[in-house]
Ligand binder design. Structure first.
Ligand code: SF4
Ligand code: SF4
Length: 89
């Protein structure tokens, strides 16, 4: 379970790449897979291993306020016995 994740507002992003340089985990990438309403290439957040720690550095450096950062609580790793029983029954 990742600690954090971000949302990029594609149509606000101007592809300046400041957030790419700022992320200590290298989770933001330049991509030309999609083009926004302004005719620019928004960056992409790629975090398959759940490394984002919600440090907010990407959002702080963004001049266009195009990044929203979310922090989520850690959940216990053990499965709830009641839920397992419900699946079986
Ligand atoms: S919140 Fe921090 S770790 Fe997560 S994407 Fe932004 S800069 Fe990277
Ligand atoms: S800093 Fe903001 S505007 Fe620049 S590439 Fe990142 S999200 Fe887009």
């Amino acid at each position: 379970m990742p600690i954090g994740f971000i949302e990029i507002l594609d149509d606000t992003c101007k592809g300046c790449l400041l957030c790419v340089a700022a992320c200590p985990k290298s989770l933001l990438h330049q991509t030309k897979k999609k083009i926004n309403k302004r005719g620019l290439y928004p960056v992409e957040f790629v975090d398959p291993e759940g490394k984002c720690n919600a440090c907010r550095l990407c959002a702080i450096v963004c001049p266009d306020v195009a990044i929203r950062v979310y922090k989520q609580p850690r959940k216990p790793k053990t499965e709830q016995p009641a839920a397992a029983e419900a699946k079986a029954g």
